[in-house]
Design a protein around this ligand. Structure first.
Ligand code: FDA
Length: 301
């Protein structure tokens, strides 16, 4: 818990962040991030596709401070979607609403999302809204419900550590949802603190969403969850085209390929861009053993 808090603290520490970003994605980050440009991301997507893996890419960059930055971030998403279509890769887009101005002006965020979803629709593609910390949950769901009236190519992620996850799943019935344990440090007033409780609620919302007949993207590196989901789908005659597994780029790659080879849809979440620091620190917070990536990265310099 102490180690987790240290990495979460570092994730938000501007001084360390600025120093680290000056050096570029070293310290192992490069093994979990697909370079800095759209071209590099497309090249990675193509290589993963060749191994039978689907992809979602995320242009890293969580905080924008003004309108122009939010519009630039939205333009970048549009360019990324166009690049996917041009490259012909099996790849969709993940993004964060704070990148698109959620904290600045909700209407601006909505119009940015509409522009992105229109482009995705032109290419018959899908956009996933990542879920951020608890303070952004309600604003994110409000934007999503608004978009849902006009678009069917958008979904979000629901965090099983939150007590309210089950209710949110029910409110979003029919939507393609990514189901996750949750990556942020949330207080006991709103979130389970024990791993066992999170696990139980995670399985609960996965089963509930699947039994609702809705599409579930089960995003986890936890082999126990994956085994339970496979068995549950089998026992309940849930077709393999009603769910997929997702893992992060660079993590448990053997297992990713194994799952795909068994005939399940396996999607790899591929982050790219030069704002990699916060992402990398959160991955270390989740699993300090990932520090081996950092050491390997240093040794390979
Ligand atoms: P967890 O870290 O709980 O580990 C469970 C067990 O799995 C471990 O004890 C170990 O046995 C095994 N294991 C895990 N990682 C391993 C590894 N690298 N090597 C070997 N064994 C390993 N969060 C969020 O808040 N908002 C979001 O939008 C997203 N989006 C997202 C997308 C995708 C594709 C993924 C995979 C994850 C997210 N997350 C997220 C993060 C998520 O909420 C969660 O914090 C992490 O996935 C960690 O939880 P896990 O279930 O993966 O395993």
């Amino acid at each position: 818990m102490i180690t987790r808090n240290i990495f979460l603290f570092l994730a938000q520490n501007d001084f360390v962040k600025n120093r680290a970003e000056k050096w570029g994605p070293k310290f192992g980050a490069k093994s979990v991030i697909a370079g800095e440009t759209i071209d590099e991301a497309m090249e990675t997507a193509r290589k993963l596709n060749e191994k039978g893996l689907s992809v979602t890419v995320d242009h890293l960059g969580e905080f924008v401070y003004n309108k122009d930055e939010a519009i630039d971030a939205a333009d970048y998403c549009v360019r990324t979607l166009n690049a996917m279509a041009e490259a012909g890769v099996d790849c969709n887009l993940s993004l964060k609403l704070t990148q698109l101005g959620l904290d600045i002006d909700k209407e601006l965020c909505l119009s940015n999302m509409r522009m992105i979803l229109d482009t995705a629709k032109e290419h018959s593609n899908f956009v996933r809204i990542d879920m951020e910390d608890y303070s952004h949950l309600d604003p994110t769901l409000e934007v999503l419900q608004e978009l849902r009236r006009d678009y069917d190519n958008v979904g979000t992620a629901i965090q099983a550590y939150l007590f309210r996850a089950e209710k949110d799943i029910d409110d979003l019935k029919g939507m393609n949802l990514r189901l996750i344990k949750g990556a942020y440090n949330e207080p006991p007033e709103v979130a389970y603190q024990k791993a066992d409780d999170v696990y139980r609620n995670y399985m609960n919302i996965i089963k509930r969403h699947m039994l609702n007949g809705s599409y579930a993207a089960v995003a986890t590196h936890d082999h126990n969850i994956i085994a339970e989901v496979k068995q549950f789908a089998e026992e309940n005659n849930i077709s393999r085209d009603q769910f997929e597994f997702q893992m992060l780029y660079g993590f448990r790659t053997d297992m990713q390929e194994q799952i795909a080879s068994e005939g399940y849809k396996m999607r790899v979440y591929v982050p790219f861009g030069n704002d990699w620091y916060g992402y990398f620190m959160r991955r270390l917070a989740e699993r300090p053993q990932n520090i081996t990536f950092a050491v390997r990265g240093l040794l390979s310099k």
